[in-house]
Design a protein around this ligand. Sequence first.
Ligand SMILES: NC(=O)c1ccc[n+]([C@@H]2O[C@H](COP(=O)([O-])OP(=O)(O)OC[C@H]3O[C@@H](n4cnc5c(N)ncnc54)[C@H](OP(=O)(O)O)[C@@H]3O)[C@@H](O)[C@H]2O)c1
Length: 285
Amino acid sequence: MILLTGITGNNGGATANALLKLGIKFRALVRDLDKAADWANKGVELVQGDLEDSASVQAALEGIDRAVLILPNGEDQQRLELSFIETAKQAGLPWLLKLSSPEAVRGTTSPIPLAHIAAEDAIMASGMNWTFVRPSFFMQNFRSSPAMAKSTGKLSMPMGNGTVALTDCTDAGAFIAHVLTDDNSAQHYGQCYDISGPDPVMNFNDIARMIGESIGQDVAYDDCDAAVFQEAIRPFHRNDWHSDAVAYLFEEIANGETPGIKTNSYQEIMGQPGTSFKEFLQKLS
Ligand SMILES: NC(=O)c1ccc[n+]([C@@H]2O[C@H](COP(=O)([O-])OP(=O)(O)OC[C@H]3O[C@@H](n4cnc5c(N)ncnc54)[C@H](OP(=O)(O)O)[C@@H]3O)[C@@H](O)[C@H]2O)c1
């Protein structure tokens, strides 16, 4: 039996949809049963819990042989993930799959990747079987860009000449569901899958051009002031820690410290390419 966290979020929701499509029964730990009610209607077994409450995690893990750990970025992400990992280890969980990030590279000083590294290290030291799924920069980060570009004619992000490889969250969910339900699950133990879509690595001029093509008008990349951008994104994040950490991450991308890397893992494991950015933009319109 699978336990899924984060079902009310982007990647947990995508994983849940993919599992349902495969006809797999699973359990999801949710903080708010009402918020997750639609999932119960679709046949998902919901258990109320919170990663702040180890007893609720322990109860949710009863009868579980594989679990997916997905948490949002925040100053408490590392603490909550370490707590989940310890509870899972104590419960004798056989296999833990964690959603991580390819930016979690030794030597980074960026808070979000550092939290992922700490959790990955704890999982590898736990004795549990493990798999890390590390999608590249999400296409969903551009969800509102076409609408903005229609009115401004610009894609305003402080990304300099930085580059990214792009992944659709829906593909990340499909990939996680596939790995979890593969008949030969052991082949995924101890694997760190950095996944990306089929597009080549792009800079933000390329991305602006593609957004322009999708809306039928010219869109210019505006390498805007990082400090102004940092203030502009505050209302869209949970707290200042999150917006500051995202700004820090973007600065690393802009500086070329974490260049985008396209990988073939998705194609190799899934036997087909993931969603292209063009297809993603078409889905938005
Ligand atoms: N942005 C990118 O380009 C990118 C790329 C690769 C990896 N990532 C990684 O993706 C992860 C975020 O995934 P996401 O976008 O799917 O997140 P998300 O949409 O923000 O969803 C987060 C989920 O976690 C749940 N949650 C939050 N706190 C919880 C707690 N204390 N106990 C139990 N559940 C809790 C939320 O439930 P509620 O509904 O109750 O809030 C929600 O279901 C991050 O770790 C990030 O580093 C991001």
